[in-house]
Write a protein that binds this ligand. Structure first.
Ligand SMILES: [Zn+2]
Length: 54
């Protein structure tokens, strides 16, 4: 039983996704990215460092 149904308009089968700019793997929307999804470019810290734009 799930108490939180309002994470992404309740449509779990159509979460957004986009490719990581470093490794090209598809990233599926995660709750931790809810506020920064448009800015998310890397699937992981490793990829962020690999591209080294920090
Ligand atoms: Zn990646």
């Amino acid at each position: 039983m799930s108490a939180n149904h309002h994470s992404f308009r309740g449509n779990k089968s159509s979460l957004p996704s986009k490719p990581c700019v470093a490794c090209g793997r598809p990233m599926t929307w995660r709750r931790r990215w809810a506020k920064t999804w448009d800015e998310v470019k890397y699937c992981s810290e490793a990829c962020r460092r690999a591209k080294g734009s920090a």
